[in-house]
Write a protein that binds this ligand. Structure first.
Ligand SMILES: NC(=O)c1ccc[n+]([C@@H]2O[C@H](COP(=O)([O-])OP(=O)(O)OC[C@H]3O[C@@H](n4cnc5c(N)ncnc54)[C@H](O)[C@@H]3O)[C@@H](O)[C@H]2O)c1
Length: 301
């Protein structure tokens, strides 16, 4: 689909990071933008930024984990613009809480935003796109959707987003409906995702503490993210994928190579190994040494 002046883009998680960069990219092509986010103050600032770019911007406070809120977002979009052409289900969060012995609420939060948020977004907007006979859906997964190994709840939701988006693509292709579908699978991008806990929802009670030793990996990931791609370059790639009708959006080819190597070991029936050679992270042996130092035990062979 062409990014034409006057068309309408909807972006969730649009108050910062990749979402704001997507909103800016669409605005630069003259599209009107509906920005949805749970952080109302940041959303107001982002909406102002997009308005100042000479297009119409509508900010809709939205918690994407709520079906009702996402349906209200679709209704607000139609009420203001009468159409939605590009829908980016992008909002996402990550946690360093202990997945196995910590509170279940960390799973509920991550699944609510990263998975239910995407499901609600597709279900709310797909009928609108189909009714119009044109449109494009972009779901933000992650390279973690093809490569588990760091954080279980996040990895699980991102695998699910890749799978459901691929199924969405094939079912639309089977019916011949002219709706484009893409899945965004970045590696490290310079955003505020490591501080996602700022949006911990009150209804889930107290935010769980980080897992024991989480700071070891957390510090490496923080540094990798700080040195990652700019959100703007990722947004440019998404825009190209929409106009080029490309399903897979891979901003980091080096991560795809790691995923390929993992698949080769799966095909050979090998048991999972520690993630090695992850771009931006130290080698697995160094991480093991750091963990061993924390536990004051000799490193494993
Ligand atoms: N930054 C990376 O390295 C990276 C890598 C791969 C995938 N991603 C994915 O990119 C997407 C965007 O994240 P980001 O990196 O820009 O992080 P970010 O924290 O900068 O932006 C996420 C946005 O989502 C909003 N948000 C959080 N909970 C929400 C909710 N319940 N409802 C609506 N909005 C909510 C936040 O307020 C924020 O504006 C996420 O899906 C993330 O998993 C990021």
């Amino acid at each position: 689909m062409e990014l034409e002046r006057g068309k309408v883009a909807v972006v969730t998680g649009a108050a910062g990071g990749i979402g704001l960069a997507l909103a800016e990219r669409f605005a630069r092509s003259g599209l009107h933008v509906v920005l949805a986010d749970v952080d109302e103050a940041a959303l107001a600032r982002a909406t102002e930024t997009i308005s100042s770019m000479g297009v119409e911007a509508l900010g809709v406070p939205t918690d994407v984990s709520s079906e009702q809120a996402v349906q209200a977002l679709a209704a607000a979009t139609l009420e203001r613009f009468g159409a939605a052409h590009i829908v980016c289900n992008n909002a996402g969060v990550a946690t360093m809480a202990d997945p196995w012995t910590g509170p279940l609420s960390s799973w509920e939060w991550v699944i609510g935003v990263n998975l239910w948020g995407v499901i609600h977004g597709v279900r709310a907007f797909l009928p609108i796109l189909v009714g119009q006979g044109e449109g494009h859906i972009v779901n933000t997964a992650s390279i973690a959707g093809l490569l588990p190994g760091l954080t279980p709840a996040y990895d699980a939701t991102k695998h699910a987003v890749v799978a459901l988006t691929e199924d969405l693509y094939t079912s639309l292709a089977m019916t011949g409906l002219p709706i484009g579908v893409s899945v965004l699978c970045p590696g490290w991008v310079r955003t505020g995702i490591m501080d996602a806990g700022r949006n911990w929802p009150a209804h889930l009670g107290e935010a769980p503490p980080d897992a024991f030793g989480a700071e070891i990996m957390g510090n490496h990931v923080r540094r990798a993210i700080d040195e990652g791609l700019t959100p703007g370059s990722v947004a440019d790639l998404v825009a190209d994928s929409i106009t080029g009708l490309r399903f897979w959006v891979f901003p980091h080819p080096d991560f795809v190579e790691v995923a390929e190597r993992r698949w080769a070991t799966i095909a050979e029936g090998q048991n999972p190994a520690l993630l090695t050679d992850v771009p931006g992270l130290p080698p697995a042996e160094q991480l093991l040494t750091e963990v061993a130092a924390l536990l004051e035990v000799p490193p494993a062979d």
